[in-house]
Design a protein. Structure first.
Length: 738
């Protein structure tokens, strides 16, 4: 009896693991999911997240080991993976009720739970003990293709990036023939599979119909995302009508895997649950603990002609982040912006921990400056580097705080906030890349850029505003010079794609917008005043009077100093000053005589010293300004008169000087209504001036800069320009709807 009990004890000790597994899984084998990784890359973190999402424990073997398996990205190699598996799977070799599934670490996503995977394995592969994923290519030795068994349907060739089988057979598989670290792991398994005796002994098969394993190389067009009734994303293998549980982005299909990975692994569901979006309380940057927020280097880049840099610098100044934890770098190679940058830096020196500037006369290239920012951030000891280009205007002042806490908790190395050109789909990210390395549109690009889908998205290109974790500083040192035939941003992203650095774009909130800079011509004196079509909101914020929109909504009064003559706030003093300087920069004033070759017929009945808007290439812009901003006010004043778009052929800036032309005789304008806008200050720039409406014996000082006089033109309002007694007076005149 004692011997009997002793033997039972030994049996339980040896096989207790299997009994426990069997009872916990209702008699089915348990699943052990393993991978091999010597470094914790972005791809491995994604694999871990997908495993965690389905309650699967992922066993990672080899972390911290030196990699001796060769450059598997460019040539055969990877035998070291088999050696590491040998070291770690030995303890499982006698476990007959255990299934081991191996997946590559850096380019695989799990999309089902353990129970589903085991069920499919046991139902679809009853005749096999080991099953490999299958693909369309015989790699790494194409000459072996003729040795493969013929199959009736599906993929024919073995892929070693994913396989599973019973523990005993897996152990035998990895110990069957000698292998060196530098050997190719796929060739190792292929030779075993092609050996009839080995294949039969271990009962090895291929998942040719993607019941469990889907290799994407050569098959991206054969699969499509689908969503279940619960909103979970699945991958549908269209030719085989299957929904594989494990997805492998082998070879050149990694960009496609990144795209699918935005949804698979419960990364995003149709009810907009986003795995990367939720930040727990433990990851929040608390206002009560601001002194312990991560240190950050903010590197600003003005590396091309960009309008509204002054506003850009103001938006940087408003970012909500402890200034004592910020180190500032400014790179500007544009002479046009030199003064604005110097002014900004002068104030910044007393605000931030340190300030480094390379201004307009710098000899450092943009590539060098961006690389230097990585080096400088590391030397300073910053935990993050935020590269911000001058064409990105961040409206959400908490954006930096949001990005840092998301990157910190979710362990994201590269993260950008979505910014797009206003009213357009052009943004700072690409959803896909064409074969030539340039832009291609992904099927979800419009939904992401319009924010109808919100989340954090792994994309192949980002630019403009990039938060970089310090763990990437050394790894990205060569990124901007990786491809000298591309612009620095394209070289940077190409490097990241090729070396597995994931780039994420966050569109959960409206963070800001991109400035349109393609038409910006710094050869002009004040090129921003020409930007009304490209950058309307910035143009309005700089050049419209701050009270203008109050006039439209009725909260700001419109003054009527004379019968049917109205005055209202319209243009800012900045606009008026710059328009004066622009026409003076042009300098070709008319001579004030009746003969004017700018006019059809060449004769001016009531001549002035003036420059037409057309002469400074501003006619189209000024017509638009009249139609967009003056006409709506006119419609509230002269009720019932509607003319859209407005027409005007005479639009000009008049100059009055005592020694040139101090005044203008009484006259009617050739217009339905006229708009006369004072451009400079009485008592400062000139004395005298004003407009007298002779029929009403009513005089208007017309001395508020940017406040136009609007009055009827050709019939009722005979008027004259009163003498300018000193200085120079400027007005902008428009004869509307002649």
């Amino acid at each position: 009896m004692e011997i009997y009990q002793f033997l039972i004890g030994i049996f339980i000790t040896i096989y207790g693991f299997n009994f426990a597994v069997t009872s916990e899984n209702n008699g089915k084998p348990s699943l052990l999911v393993v991978t091999v990784a010597t470094n914790e890359t972005d791809g491995l973190l994604r694999l871990k997240r997908s495993a965690q999402a389905f309650g699967i424990k992922l066993n990672v073997f080899g972390l911290g080991k030196k990699w001796n398996g060769g450059d598997v990205r460019n040539k055969p190699g990877g035998g070291q993976k088999i050696q590491i598996l040998k070291e770690n799977l030995k303890k499982y070799k006698g476990h007959h009720d255990l299934i081991i599934m191996f997946v590559d670490a850096y380019d695989v996503i799990l999309n089902s739970d353990e129970e589903h995977i085991v069920n499919v394995f046991m139902q679809q592969f009853k005749e096999y003990r080991v099953v490999f994923g299958a693909e369309s290519f015989c790699w790494p030795d194409e000459d072996l293709s003729t040795s493969y068994p013929v199959i009736k349907f599906g993929k024919r060739y073995l892929n070693s990036g994913m396989f599973m089988g019973y523990a005993q057979e897996i152990w035998e598989l990895i110990n069957l023939i000698p292998v060196e670290d530098s050997d190719d792991d796929q060739l190792y398994y292929t030779k075993i599979y092609l050996n009839r005796n080995y294949r039969s002994k271990l009962e090895i098969g291929l998942d040719s119909l993607s019941h469990i394993f889907q290799n994407l190389n050569g098959a991206v067009e054969d699969v499509a995302l689908e969503f279940t009734s619960t909103g979970k994303a699945t991958l549908h293998s269209i030719p085989y009508a299957t929904h594989p549980a494990v997805i492998h982005g082998n070879g050149p299909s990694k960009i496609a895997l990144n795209h699918f990975g935005n949804y698979l692994g419960k990364a995003w569901t149709e009810n907009e649950q986003c795995l990367l979006c939720a930040v727990s309380d433990g990851g929040l940057l608390q206002d009560t603990d601001r002194k312990n927020w991560p240190t950050i280097t903010i590197a600003l880049f003005i590396a091309k002609p960009i309008p509204f840099i002054k506003e850009f610098l103001r938006s940087v100044d408003l970012l909500d982040y402890p200034s004592s934890l910020v180190h500032l770098m400014v790179y500007n190679n544009q002479k046009y912006n030199e003064d604005d940058v110097n002014s900004f830096v002068k104030n910044a020196r007393s605000k931030y921990s340190s300030v480094h500037i390379e201004n307009a006369d710098t000899e450092i290239s943009e590539r060098e400056a961006r690389t230097h920012a990585l080096t400088e951030a590391k030397q300073i000891g910053s935990e993050y580097l935020f590269m911000l280009d001058g064409d990105v205007h961040l409206i959400d002042t908490t954006v930096l705080r949001s990005l840092v806490q998301t990157a910190k908790q979710k362990r994201l190395g590269l993260l950008t906030p979505l910014v797009a050109q206003q009213g357009k789909f052009f943004s700072n990210f690409w959803g896909a890349v064409a074969e030539d390395g340039f832009y291609a549109r992904s099927d979800d690009y419009l939904e992401i850029v319009s924010r109808t889908k919100k989340g954090i998205w792994n994309v192949p290109f980002i630019s403009g505003a990039i938060l970089i974790n310090s763990g990437k500083f050394d790894q990205l040192q060569n990124a901007f010079s990786y491809n000298m035939n591309r612009d620095p941003d394209m070289s940077f992203c190409e490097f990241n794609r090729n070396f597995g650095h994931f780039m994420y774009v966050d569109n959960q909130q409206f963070y800001g917008f991109l400035v349109v800079s393609e038409t910006f011509d710094t050869k002009r004196l004040h090129p921003e005043i020409y930007q009304i079509f490209e950058n309307r909101e910035l143009w309005e914020s700089r050049y419209l009077n701050e009270k203008y929109f109050a006039v439209l909504n009725g909260t700001e009064a419109i003054i009527q100093p004379c019968p049917d003559v109205f005055v209202f706030p319209f243009l800012s003093e900045t606009f008026c000053k710059q328009l004066v300087e622009e026409v003076e920069f042009y300098g070709k004033w008319s001579d004030g005589s009746h003969y004017d070759n700018r006019l059809v017929g060449g004769y001016e009945n009531v001549p002035t010293r003036d420059i037409h808007m057309k002469q400074i290439d501003f006619e189209r812009h000024w017509l638009h300004i009249l139609d967009e901003y003056v006409r709506p006010v006119q419609e509230t004043i002269y009720v019932g008169y509607y003319h859209k778009p407005v027409e005007a052929y005479m639009m000009f800036v008049v100059r009055y000087k005592p020694d040139e032309q101090p005044s203008l005789q009484p006259h009617h304008d050739a217009s339905t209504y006229s708009v006369d806008i004072p451009l400079n200050k009485r008592g400062v720039d000139f004395h005298g001036g004003g407009v007298k409406f002779t029929r009403y014996n009513c005089t208007v000082d017309a001395d508020e800069v940017g406040y136009p006089l609007m009055f009827p033109g050709r019939l009722t309002h005979l008027h004259e320009g009163l003498p300018t007694t000193s200085g120079t007076r400027y007005i902008a005149v428009s004869f509307v709807n002649p």
